[in-house]
Design a protein. Structure first.
Length: 358
C-alpha cells in the first residue's frame, strides 16, 4: 500500500523540506522562551493571526462558530485551550469549562455534530496523574450526558504511555472515547495495531511537537511513510479511523485505502456493531455514509479550524464526513505557536505583521 503513495510536491524539493523542518524545530524551541512568549502575547497584531485559528475566548463564541460550521455540513471537535496546568484549581477550572461548553452545545442542539477534544495536561497530568484521570472521567460523563463524546489529544512523547493508559481506563466506562496517535513517533504503528479494535475511535495525525530522533522520525518523507503505514493498519482494523491531516496526498490516500478495505468486509463488521448500540451509535460517528464508492469502509477526515477551509467544503460536497477541530479560550499561545511552526507561510505572515506594527 505504501508503494501506491503519491509523494507531495514538497517531497521533490529536499532543500525546501529541510528548511521547513529546521524552521519548525526553531519556532517550537523559541516558543518556550518567556521573552518570546511575552512579545507574541502582547503584540496587538497577533490578534489577527489568533482569530484565524481560534474561535473565540469563551464557550458562546465557540458554539457560534460550531453552529456555522455545522450548517455547512461539517462536524466539529471543540477544544478549550490550555495546557501544562500547574495547580489543582486550574485543572478543575479546565474541566468545569468543558462542562459549560458541553451544556452550551446541548442547548444549541449541536451535540450530534460535536464532540470535545481534551488535553490531559490541562487537567493536571504533569503534577497529579490521578487527578487528571478523575477529571477526564468527569468530562466524559458530562459529554455523555450532553449526547456527545471526548477525544483525548496527544501531547509530547513523554506523556504517550500515560495518556494511552488513561484512554484505556476511560474506555472501560465510556467506550466512545477517542485516542490520538502521532505518525512521527516510531512506536505509533504498533500503537495503531493495539488501538484498532471494535468501536475504537482513533485519530491519526502527524504530530505537532519537537521530538528527538531517538523516538521520532524527523524527515518529512519518513513521517509521511509512517502515516501511510498507520493509516493502512487503522483502515484494516475494526475501529473508526479519524484521519487528521491537511496533506493533499494523505487525504487522497485515505479515500483510496478505505475503498480497498471495504472489499474485506470491514464495513459490514463495523456497521453491525454500531447497530447493536442502544443509542444507535451516533457518538461513535456515522455509519457507512454517502462517501464515494458503494460500501466503503467508514472513517472521517479531520482538519483544523482556519486551515484549508475550501478543502473541508470540497470533501463535504463529495459526501465525506469531515470534522473541524475548533479551539476556544484565552490560553492560545502554545496552540498558535504549533500552527506557526507547521507552515513557513504562516510564520512569514506573522513576522510581517510584527514588523509593520513596529
Ligand atoms: C483535527 C486535528 C487534530 C490534531 N490533534 C493533534 C494532537 O492531538 N496532537 C498532535 O501532536 N497534533 C495534532 N494535530 C496536528 C498534527 O499533528 C499536525 O501538526 C498538523 O495537522 C499538520 O500536519 P498535516 O498532516 O496537516 O501536514 P502538513 O504537511 O503539515 O501540511 C500539509 C498542508 O496543509 C496545510 N497546512 C498544514 N498546517 C497548516 C497550518 N498550520 N496553517 C496553514 N496551512 C496548513 C498546508 O497547505 C500544508 O502544505 C491535529 C491536527 C488535526 C487536523
Amino acid at each position: 500500500m505504501a508503494g501506491d503513495f503519491a509523494w507531495p510536491e514538497t517531497m521533490r524539493h529536499p532543500g525546501a523540506v529541510l528548511r521547513t523542518a529546521m524552521l519548525r524545530t526553531a519556532v517550537l524551541a523559541a516558543s518556550g522562551d518567556p521573552r518570546v512568549r511575552q512579545l507574541v502575547s502582547t503584540t496587538r497584531l497577533t490578534r489577527a493571526v489568533v482569530t484565524r485559528f481560534v474561535a473565540g475566548e469563551d464557550a458562546a463564541a465557540a458554539v457560534t462558530v460550531a453552529d456555522g460550521l455545522a450548517a455547512t455540513g461539517l462536524r466539529v471537535s471543540l477544544a478549550v485551550l490550555g495546557e501544562d496546568t500547574t495547580d489543582r484549581r486550574q485543572a478543575e477550572e479546565s474541566a468545569v469549562a468543558y462542562g459549560g461548553l458541553l451544556r452550551a452545545l446541548a442547548d444549541a442542539g449541536l451535540t450530534s455534530a460535536a464532540e470535545v477534544s481534551v488535553k490531559l495536561s490541562a487537567l493536571g497530568q504533569r503534577f497529579d496523574a490521578s487527578l487528571a484521570r478523575d477529571l477526564a472521567l468527569w468530562v466524559c460523563q458530562a459529554a455523555r450526558d450532553a449526547g456527545s463524546c471526548v477525544t483525548v489529544d496527544m501531547e509530547d512523547h513523554t506523556t504517550t504511555d500515560a495518556t494511552l493508559t488513561v484512554v484505556a481506563e476511560l474506555r472501560r466506562e465510556f467506550d466512545e472515547t477517542g485516542a490520538v496517535v502521532q505518525a512521527y513517533l516510531r512506536r505509533t504503528e504498533a500503537d495503531c495495531r493495539a488501538l484498532a479494535v471494535a468501536g475504537g475511535r482513533v485519530r491519526l495525525c502527524k504530530g505537532a511537537y519537537a521530538e528527538p530522533p531517538s523516538v521520532a522520525f524527523t524527515h518529512r518523507a519518513e513521517v509521511e511513510a509512517s502515516y501511510a503505514r498507520c493509516l493502512a493498519v487503522l483502515m484494516a482494523g475494526q475501529g473508526y479511523p479519524m484521519v487528521a491531516t491537511h496533506d493533499p496526498a494523505l487525504v487522497e490516500l485515505a479515500g483510496r485505502v478505505a475503498g480497498a478495505v471495504s472489499a474485506d468486509g470491514q464495513s459490514a463488521r463495523w456497521s453491525a456493531r454500531k447497530n447493536d448500540r442502544q443509542d444507535g451509535g451516533s457518538r461513535l460517528g456515522p455509519g457507512p455514509g454517502p462517501g464515494p464508492g458503494p460500501a466503503r469502509r467508514p472513517f472521517e477526515y479531520q482538519m483544523l479550524y482556519g486551515v484549508r477551509p475550501g478543502e473541508q467544503q470540497r470533501l463535504v460536497g463529495a459526501g465525506e464526513v469531515v470534522r473541524v477541530y475548533v479551539p476556544c479560550g484565552r490560553e492560545w499561545y502554545g496552540y498558535l505557536m504549533r500552527r506557526l511552526a507547521e507552515r513557513p507561510a504562516n510564520l512569514l505572515f506573522f513576522l510581517r505583521a510584527l514588523r509593520s506594527s513596529g
